[in-house]
Design a protein around this ligand. Sequence first.
Ligand SMILES: Nc1nc(=O)c2c([nH]1)NC[C@@H]1CN(c3ccc(C(=O)N[C@@H](CCC(=O)O)C(=O)O)cc3)CN21
Ligand SMILES: CC(C)C(=O)C(=O)O
Ligand SMILES: [Mg+2]
Length: 273
Amino acid sequence: MSKVLELSKITTTALANLKAEGEKIAMLTAYDYTFARLADQAGMEVLLVGDSVGMVFSGLENTLPVTLDQMIYHTQAVARGSKRALVVADMPFMTYQVSPQQALQNAGRLVQEGRAEAVKLEGGAAMAATISAIVTAGIPVMGHVGLTPQSVHAIGGFRVQGKGHDAAQAVLEDALAVQDAGAFALVLEGIPASLGQQITQQLTIPTIGIGAGADCDGQVLVMHDLLGLFDEFTPKFVKRYASVGETVEKAFREYQSEVKSSCFPQPQNCFKG
Ligand SMILES: Nc1nc(=O)c2c([nH]1)NC[C@@H]1CN(c3ccc(C(=O)N[C@@H](CCC(=O)O)C(=O)O)cc3)CN21
Ligand SMILES: CC(C)C(=O)C(=O)O
Ligand SMILES: [Mg+2]
């Protein structure tokens, strides 16, 4: 790719072109300005302000209590840190399920107040009319099928979906319904790799996998999992690229002990009168 293209703003069209060219799409979650900036500089095509913010930032057990105002706040911070990456914001639980009208109004807030460039919502065929209403208003929608964490109580835990012929067929039909409704891309979460491959082949829009195998058009991970900052659970699909948690705790211990022993501050850390 040319230098100009490398630096150009990523759009939904750019992602479609990447699928057409067989180039993989790298997506990562982000929740604040500092880390969004680092991920953007590292070349991530998409920054997802995930409702996983409820788990890794707020310390909640699942994503259900996350509010629209919280998502707007985090999206604003990520948008400020992102020069090139496409900023996608998750629609939180109960901000899009009641009606397409409610969904459109709330998607509009994520764009107008949060500065999101697209929104993501969970669900397949049942969400087709909702996706269509948002897309018609000019807001790009990313779908999300398979393991949908906002349905954790209905699923009975964070369990792999689409195992067996009938369950696989249901996920495929959901994926096709999301595409037909006008979504520009689709997250495939927690499904067998073979099903991820099948859906990716059948869809014209890019698929972005998390625990959906190697054949998806792109991959997404939760930033804290990748960095080794979150270890309350480590799903099989996570790869740790660093041990930032250990590094941070070591620095904190050193600072704490230097305060106790009066090794910090030194004269160079002090102002002269
Ligand atoms: N930090 C973090 N990482 C995530 O990937 C993530 C979140 N939070 N919050 C929202 C959802 C919840 N997710 C999860 C959480 C746990 C498993 C998990 O434990 N999976 C088991 C398999 C479970 C089964 O099928 O029985 C695994 O070993 O992968 C999967 C997805 C993915 N998302
Ligand atoms: C795991 C990704 C796809 C997500 O929805 C989130 O971070 O909330
Ligand atoms: Mg989410």
